[in-house]
Design a protein around this ligand. Structure first.
Ligand code: ACO
Ligand code: ZN
Length: 445
């Protein structure tokens, strides 16, 4: 399994960077603190020597490595990504945008000087990225170049592409968004049109996903907007859960708005400008005020690589409630109806990989538990629409493939299976296939 560099909580909301707060409840409590291998308490005795040293290193250069006090009250190693002068400050009064080197980039943030332990400054400054990216618009070919390199941490991403990507997206542009009842902290950079880049907060219409810079604009918009659910066809309804299929070609602006929004929570995904080529499956919780988006996944209308899902997102306020596994299960139900096997587009994020591993493990081991006699990977693939490679890697990861008498066999000791199933977490929300009314996409002439 790839490295997971963000502390991940076992409880409800995502450990970090995410969570949404109800607008009415003001600032919610911070997520619980997590122990981390590299964290340490640092005492900073303010003697003459250390004061002189500190004066000498300021302002810190971009690339400097230093210890920084995080929201858990402990010091963690960071790298300075960017700096900016404080308004009305002296020549050394800067704020620093830092990356916690042990954690995922979604935790990068602006910090004040007093959070940094200047005694721990490492004087070697990383090489600056020379080749600045001047244009965001990557061609599809360039995008593929990045995506085809399967990344589980970032370690396998082609070094130059990764550097380019990180240089261009290094500082989060939008800090929070308002969407329906929630105010949500963002995780990553998203390439909104330049006129939005001077606003820290954006206001989204929760139905048509139009975004605005000011609350009053949103209020005015809400009086006029007559959508109460995503555009497109409702293809699934079970209780209060509905799924809408939105064709990017028929609803271009909606598709683009959704991509801008989603990119705030997806790191290594290049924004698609050609939304025409995609279908968007938008999951909603419905009540008497309308259908409120919980999450979505996108799917290429035609995929040469047998991808059945391009991007998946559960909005942070709804995470860890089983919606992610529901979306994944839904994508495989669509593949079954198409009579194809499918696999998610790579790279998978840390949370994406966890969710997929959990889903694959549960589905495959449930079958192995019930099945009498031998079963092959091909048969498992036919039953589940999971691509053979993903089945093999899941079973190998669980050490359930053994080499006996010259051939590979799946070991299905019930006790071992039960142990793995327990570790795979909860099953997630069930897709009731009888409630799915859908036919595969056909190009209309
Ligand atoms: N900490 C620990 N485990 C986690 C966490 C977390 N913060 N989030 C998910 N998991 C694991 C758990 O095993 C969880 O099962 P469990 O709750 O039974 O233990 C499992 O993943 C899935 O949980 P769900 O509640 O079904 O999934 P969720 O609704 O939280 O959505 C998703 C998962 C979509 C990956 C979400 O975390 C997300 O939107 N992340 C940001 C965007 C992203 O990374 N998308 C995937 C990119 S890859 C691609 O698009 C192909
Ligand atoms: Zn609207």
């Amino acid at each position: 399994m790839g490295s997971i560099d963000a502390p991940i909580e076992n409880g409800s909301a995502p450990a970090l960077g995410g969570g949404g707060k109800h607008l009415s409840s003001g600032n919610g409590p911070l997520p619980p603190a997590e122990e981390s291998a590299g964290s340490q308490q640092v005492s900073t005795p303010e003697n003459e020597e250390s004061r002189r040293r500190k004066g000498g290193v300021l302002p810190l250069e971009v690339g400097t490595r230093v210890m920084c006090r995080w929201r858990d009250g402990k010091y963690h190693p960071v790298k300075v990504i960017e700096r900016r002068r404080m308004q009305n400050g002296g020549p050394n009064d800067y704020e620093y945008y830092v990356h916690y080197t042990e954690f995922n980039r979604r935790l990068d943030e602006w910090v004040k000087l007093e959070q940094l332990d200047l005694d721990s400054v490492e004087t070697v400054v990383d090489e600056k990225v020379e080749d600045k990216v001047t244009s965001l618009k990557m061609t599809r070919h360039q995008k593929r170049k990045i995506d085809e390199t399967h990344v589980e941490g970032h370690e396998e991403l082609d070094a130059a592409s990764l550097r380019e990507h990180e240089e261009f997206t290094k500082v989060k542009n939008i800090a929070t968004i308002e969407l329906g009842r929630y105010e949500i902290e963002t995780w990553y950079f998203s390439p909104f049109p330049p006129e939005y880049n001077d606003s820290l907060k954006l206001y989204f219409c929760e139905f048509c996903l139009t975004f605005m810079k000011r609350k009053e604009q949103l209020q005015r918009h809400m009086r006029k907007c007559d959508l109460k659910h995503p555009p497109g066809d409702e293809i699934y309804r079970s209780g209060t859960l509905s799924m809408f299929e939105v064709d990017g070609k028929k609803n271009k602006v909606y598709g683009q708005n959704l991509c801008y929004l989603a990119k705030l929570f997806l790191d290594h995904k290049t924004l698609y400008y050609d939304v025409d080529l995609f279908l968007f499956y938008v999951l909603c919780e419905c009540d008497d005020r309308g259908c409120h988006m919980v999450g979505y996944f996108s799917k290429e209308k035609h995929s040469e690589e047998s991808y059945n899902l391009a991007c998946i997102l559960t909005l942070p306020p709804y995470q860890r409630k089983g919606y992610g596994k529901f979306l994944i299960a839904f994508s495989y139900e669509l593949s079954k109806k198409e009579g194809k096997v499918g696999t998610p587009e790579r790279p998978l994020s840390d949370l994406g990989l966890l969710s997929y591993r959990g889903y694959w493990t549960r589905v495959l081991l449930d079958i192995l538990k019930k099945h009498k006699g031998n079963i092959s990977i091909k048969e498992l693939s036919d039953m589940t629409a999971i691509k053979a490679e993903d089945i093999l890697s899941t079973l190998q990861g669980l050490e359930l493939i053994q080499y006996r008498k010259g051939q590979h066999v799946i070991c299905a000791d019930p006790k071992v299976l039960d142990r793995h199933l327990k570790a795979a977490g909860r099953g997630g929300l069930e897709v009731d296939v009888s409630k799915l009314i859908w036919t595969p996409y056909k190009e209309q002439s």
